[in-house]
Design a protein around this ligand. Structure first.
Ligand SMILES: [Zn+2]
Length: 312
């Protein structure tokens, strides 16, 4: 299988063998926004496929999977809109099938990564579960009764759940969860508060450990916002678990334990979901794309693999 995970700044291409093992990952910058971004992304997938083919001539892919961000119509195979990447109603599946000469499974990046965690990773075995990615933004893949719920491509946008009076969000709203608590927002808000530039949320945590009260206040605000946002989802869906992936999840229990406590402090009679770190990690999107590729060949409705990473 060939797997492609297109992000806001770079795209990854992975080659999987017939047993579902990831052989190699190549990266390339995502082509910058203009009216041809969709075509250029597809051309880049073909170039990366050729390079993987040259490097591993003994592996013959039979299908490909492609995940992209933004508002995505998985069923129609269309990238409806991506704020930072510039495409509108671009027929990714059709164009990628033609460029790669393979059947292509297509879908949304966060839902695809969630699918990988649900079938192969930390969300496995939970019928009602959310897989939340906290990175540059925040979004969730939602599973109800063991099945993904996409809401025609718009479900799971918990990053734009209003949890505070401010700050302004890129979506046009105010006080959105991702404007307060995404990894990018934590770095941005720390810098705004302290005047000290940092390279990311990891830096803010390091400063917190060194006794920086601006870092502590920024981190505290992010935890409060996440707990409040999660409480809204818990009231609506009563999930058994919330699995947390994306860059911020690398903080592990330093993130999860205070989140459990704060969520517990907000909830009353509600079911307490388990809060669990995602287990597939940074390549969850590639595994999700590989699963989409497998489904493009032989659709198997929402099967959950029992034996871990070997999924064929
Ligand atoms: Zn927003």
């Amino acid at each position: 299988m060939l797997a492609f995970d297109v992000g806001g700044t770079d795209m990854k291409a992975g080659l999987f063998d017939a047993d579902g093992h990831l052989i190699e990952v190549l990266r390339a910058p995502t082509p910058l926004a203009d009216e041809d971004t969709g075509e250029r992304v597809v051309a880049e997938t073909a170039r990366l496929a050729q390079e993987l083919g040259r490097r591993h001539p003994h592996v013959q892919p039979t299908a490909a999977g492609l995940l992209v961000p933004g508002n995505v119509d998985d069923d129609a195979g269309i990238g409806v809109f991506a704020e930072n990447l510039g495409w509108h109603d671009f027929p990714f599946r059709e164009r990628a099938e033609s460029a790669l000469g393979l059947p292509v499974g297509f879908g949304h990046d966060v839902r695809g990564a969630g699918e990988a965690e649900h079938r192969l990773g930390a969300a496995r075995g939970f019928d009602d579960v959310m897989v939340v990615t906290i990175g540059t933004g925040i979004a969730a893949a939602v599973f109800i009764d063991g099945r993904p719920y996409a809401g025609k491509g718009l479900a799971g946008e918990i990053g734009h759940d209003r949890v505070a009076e401010g700050p302004a969000c890129a979506c046009g709203g105010r006080g959105c969860l991702e404007a307060v608590a995404s990894a990018a927002a934590i770095a941005r808000r720390y810098t705004a508060r302290s005047g000290n530039p940092v390279s990311g949320a990891r830096d803010v945590l390091d400063r917190l450990h060194a006794g920086d009260c601006n870092a502590a206040a920024t981190w505290d605000g992010a935890l409060d916002a996440l707990a409040l946002g999660f409480s809204h989802s818990v009231a609506l869906l009563a999930p058994d678990a919330i699995v947390i992936g994306g860059g911020l999840s690398e903080a592990g229990e330093e993130l999860l334990q205070p989140l459990r406590e704060r969520l517990d402090g907000i909830l009353t009679f509600h079911r307490r979901p388990q809060l669990i770190k995602a287990s597939i990690g940074a390549n969850a999107g590639l595994y999700g794309a590989a699963l989409a590729a497998r489904d493009a060949l032989a659709p198997i409705a929402f099967s959950t693999t029992k034996e871990g990473a070997a999924w064929l």
